[in-house]
Design a protein around this ligand. Structure first.
Ligand code: PFF
Length: 446
């Protein structure tokens, strides 16, 4: 059984895949705009605290369960259960994770499709196809459906190729490219007039916002979404790590990469917005806050690129390529969760499972595209603000209250022989036992 499962071939491969899952639209779009509308560095500070104190322990819970069980999320949770009640809970939590991640993929693919269309727009303009260019940037159901389906086809194609030849190979190519493009764009944008006002808006804290309860809720939601927690992606990637790998170290590298890239993405988006302002583009909404929703990515930034002349074409290409890459390395991790289940528990071949589940998600996406207003926000809110934190809560309960403590230590000790005397084992068990579940519940109830 284990022999037929995939495994990442190296620590680098795992790091690229897991940070590829974590780094996505949530980092490059979600984090900077959340920071902008929640008091700049006051949000940054709260986010850093919550990401390290709550999201990192929850990430470790998933990685440890996954590597221990070396199986899909439902089986993995069952394998650490004790008695029929917790086994039933394992099935419920694992299944809710699979359903939730499929819904996340269904809206993520729509937004990622926009990124692909906006990537092709400067190319179309470069080749004088102005009608095509305006079709690509017009918000129509046809465009949204076609690009969503294209994006899903790419995701399915990579997942069909398997863990090493699909996920690891593509993440190892795309992630270094993503970091390079992000840095180049930041260096360029920071040289433009107005950029320093953006840096100021991002890094000078408005501490009065700390009293705002939505700041903590937003920061926690952002941290959970950003680290892809609760839905079994990190569990399944954990199940493909070799037993010789040091989990606390590898897990902290993933968290550091994810948090680091979100923080540096702020150095791109906010300065770019203020450069747009200096060029006469409206960046504030009716309440005086910064534009944060889809309008930012599909109207404010393209307007800015349009004003940049010839350079704007390349900046637009680079920016939307960055967004497409970030989306793709995340979407493959989402599709892997139900596919791994279908392969291991439904005895399907990987190719068939990827195709079948990918097609189902594409159909759900299509329903959302065709009923955008009533459905899109509903699916986003339910999946990311209700289901994800709730599932994160249950993962902590499984690892800290249901699984035997000595078995947890035994798993961590593989690849980290001195685990018992290390700092991680002194702090982490307490965190996942008390602090994480209580904090999640508190924020959740709010
Ligand atoms: N972490 C991704 C982002 O920040 O965009 C989103 C994500 C990926 C959420 C995978 C959930 C998931 F399972």
């Amino acid at each position: 059984m284990t022999a037929s499962r995939g495994e990442f071939s190296s620590r680098f491969g795992f790091l690229m895949a897991a940070s590829g899952s974590a780094v996505g639209l949530g980092n490059i779009w979600g984090f900077p705009t959340n920071a902008a509308s929640n008091g700049g560095a006051a949000f940054l500070f709260t986010y850093l605290v919550l990401a390290f104190a709550l999201a990192y322990p929850a990430l470790m819970a998933e990685l440890i369960i996954g590597r221990h069980a070396k199986s899909n999320s439902i089986k993995a949770l069952q394998s650490i259960s004790r008695g029929p009640k917790t086994r039933a809970l394992a099935v419920a939590v694992g299944a809710l994770g699979i359903v939730t991640v499929s819904f996340i993929l269904s809206f993520y693919a729509i937004v990622s499709g926009w990124m692909m269309a906006f990537f092709l727009d400067p190319l179309a303009r470069l080749f004088g196809a102005s009608e095509l260019a305006s079709w690509l940037t017009r918000d129509t159901s046809w465009r949204n459906a076609i690009f969503m389906a294209l994006f899903m086809a790419l995701t399915i194609h990579i997942i069909r190729a398997g863990v090493k030849n699909g996920i690891e190979r593509w993440a190892s190519r795309l992630m270094p490219m993503l970091i390079l493009i992000l840095l180049l764009l930041i260096f360029y944008v920071l040289t433009l007039p107005g950029a320093m006002d953006g840096v100021h808006a991002y890094l000078v804290p408005d501490f009065s916002q700390l009293a705002n309860p939505s700041l903590v809720v937003d920061a926690m939601g952002q941290a959970f979404f950003s680290l892809s927690l609760g839905v079994g992606t990190m569990l399944i990637y954990g199940s493909y790590i070799s037993k010789g790998e040091n989990l606390p170290v590898t897990g902290s590298l993933v968290a550091l990469l994810d948090i680091g890239i979100a923080v540096i993405a702020g150095m791109l988006i906010l300065p770019a917005m203020y450069v747009a302002l200096a060029n006469g583009v409206e960046i504030f909404n009716a309440d005086g806050g910064l534009v944060a929703g889809p309008a930012l990515i599909v109207s404010v930034l393209p307007e800015l690129f349009g004003d940049m002349g010839a350079a704007g074409v390349f900046v637009a290409l680079a920016f939307f390529l960055l967004m497409t890459i970030a989306s793709l390395t995340s979407s493959i991790s989402m599709l892997e969760v139900p596919v791994a289940y279908a392969v291991e528990s439904g005895n399907m071949s990987r190719g068939r499972a990827a195709l079948l589940i990918g097609a189902i998600v594409t159909c759900v996406s299509l329903v959302i595209v065709l009923n955008f207003d009533p459905l899109f926000d509903f699916v986003v809110t339910y999946a990311t603000e209700v289901s994800q934190p709730l599932l994160g809560f249950f993962f902590c309960i499984f690892v800290a209250w249901i699984w035997r403590r000595d078995a947890v230590l035994k798993e961590i000790s593989q690849g980290c022989p001195n685990a018992e005397s290390g700092l991680f084992w002194k702090i982490w068990p307490l965190y996942v036992k008390f602090i994480c579940p209580m904090a999640i519940l508190l924020v959740f109830l709010q």
